[in-house]
Structures are given as structure tokens and as C-alpha cells.
Write a protein that binds this ligand. Sequence first.
Ligand code: 9MR
Length: 354
Amino acid sequence: MRKSATRLRLAGALAAALMLAGIASGTAAQAGERHGKEPTLADLAQRHGRYFGSATDNPELTDEPYKALLGSEFDQITPGNGMKWYATEPQQGVFDFSKGDEIVNLARANRQKVRGHTLVWHSQLPDWLTGREWTAPELRAVLKKHVQAEVRHYRGKVFAWDVVNEAFNEDGTYRESVFYKTLGPGYIADALRWAHQADPRVKLYLNDYNIEGIGPKSDAYHRLAKELKAKGVPLHGIGFQAHLALQYGYPTTVEDNLRRFSRLGLDTALTEVDVRMQLPATQEKLAQQAKWYRDLTEACLAVRRCVGVTVWDYTDKYSWIPAVFPGEGAALPWDEQLRPKPAYFALREALGGR
Ligand code: 9MR
């Protein structure tokens, strides 16, 4: 009697421990699914071995309803600004990781993965860097220090880095950034190598817009990626931002394009998806937008090494579009009141939900 009671208690404890372990090793989204709630985008994506993410930005995190959806619907987040150079090294050699840390801590609380964005970019640089001339050896040292300090700080906290962002022009020539002009094209391989030294486990990406379809700009990435791989440079993925606009048409070659990068042995990801339109938004435009979200997601699911999809924030309330393209907007799957739009339901369908 005593023996069997003990055995029962032991069995109960074991079951509880196993359950806990199961929940701890799964994600919050999976746990939610187990409790019989409607699956989230993250749940649905996980059934395909993918993640479904959103960008977010520090100022928005005081908005509780926004934060709640961000924490429940997605299993991956990307800081929209918090890890950029101007934010992380505001004075030369003085690092401030508080903004990025806030996002990483939020992700940890919600059991989400983080894409680090971004180490080397021509935009949003601190004034101390843009306000003077640099010799090549000087800038090389500055770049190495920045890349390594940031990657080291986030070691084990981000699963991927956009190491170099937007390195090419539309015609496939190198963008004349301060890095290219001072250091030549080799700055890309250098940045990848330095990042790899600082965190040998993190996935290293090049990331750009207007490379979703096959064309001169994505060809330039394909050539570069092939060359880097051949030289043994640590490159693991290409991020396709996918900032689309209804008025410019859908890039019909996305799937083929993703696949040709997979064939180089690279992961791919849709990293900053939004589909803007000229305002006002009509039913028709929203339906068109929904189809594009669906098509993008299906293209990713069709290519084995496309690891996930990230929207560039999830609600029109915090979209970057209206400030940069006056008269355009309504680009995201949730509206300004955080109500799901047709695009949200299209995403669910594309991921196999209802
Ligand atoms: O979302 C970002 C926005 O808040 C900034 O004002 C903007 C400045 O350029 O950058 C936005 O994010 C960009 C991303 O870092 C790189 N790809 C293009 C994105 C939209 O501009």
C-alpha cells in the first residue's frame, strides 16, 4: 500500500517533470496550441518547420495591446532600429546595447527567436562615423571593432545576423557606401569573417530589398554568394526584405529565386515583408494585398531552406511606410486598431490554417 502510494507519487512527479520539460523545450506558441486555442501564425509556421516573425521597435513597447499580440502571434522578432550602429555605438568605442537588450529580453519572456539587424549598413550611422574622412586602415579597425563588440554582446541571444545590409544598387553594382568607397568590396567578406569569429554559431546573412525576384540585383547577390562560399567565407543565408508595393506588380519569380540561393547551400528568409498601396485602401486593394502575402508565404514554404517569414512590424499603426512614402500605407496584416485584415487570414490559409 505504502509502496504503491510512493510509486504513484513518483509517477506523478515524473509526469509533471516531463510535462514541464516538454513545455520548456517547446515554444509558448506550441504550449498554446496544446491548450486547444486557435493556432497562431507561429503555431502554423512551426508545423512546416518555419518561424513567423515581426519587427518591433522600442517606443511601441509601452502599447500593451500591441505588445500582447506581438508576444502571442509570433515566434520570432527583429528589432526595427534598436541594434543599428547609431543606437549601439553612439560615440566611437562607447557601446550602448540597452535598446537591443530590451527587445532580446522581451523575446526571451515570450520564447521568441531574434534576428539581429543590422551590423553594417550605409544608413542610420552615428555622426562620428559619417562626419569625417577615414583612411582604409582606420575604417577597417572601426568596422571590426563594431562588428565584434555587437556580435559578442548578443552571442547566444540572436540566432541570425544581417551582417551587411543593402550592399548593392538596383543595377547590381556595389552601392557606394563609405565602407565600399574606403575599403572596396572586400569589406563584406571581412565583416562576415569578423562576425563569425565573435560568434561561431550564429547564422550570418546578407539582406536587401528588391531582390525577391530574379533580376540584376538578385543576380549580383547570387554571384557574390557563390564567390564567398567558394572562398570559404562564413555566409549562411540571404535575407529578402520583400518591401512590396501594389503599384509595381508582384515579383513572380520569388520561388525560383529562393531556390537558386538554396542550391548554393544557403538558408533564405523573407525578412521585412510589407505590401504597401496608394491610399485610400479599398476592398479590392486589400484583397490583392492578401493574395500577395499568401503568395510570398507559399513561395517560402515551397523552398526547403527558406526558414521563415518576418513582417516589418505587424500593424499599420507602426508601419514605416506613411512617413517615407506620403500617400501610401496600409501595408501590414493588421490595421491601425490592431484588427486583422484580409492579409492576416490569407497568411493563415497559406500556412495551412483556416
Ligand atoms: O523600420 C525602420 C524605420 O523605423 C526607420 O526609420 C528606417 C530608417 O531607414 O529604417 C526602417 O527599417 C529599414 C530596415 O532597417 C532596412 N530595410 C528597410 C527598412 C525600411 O526603411
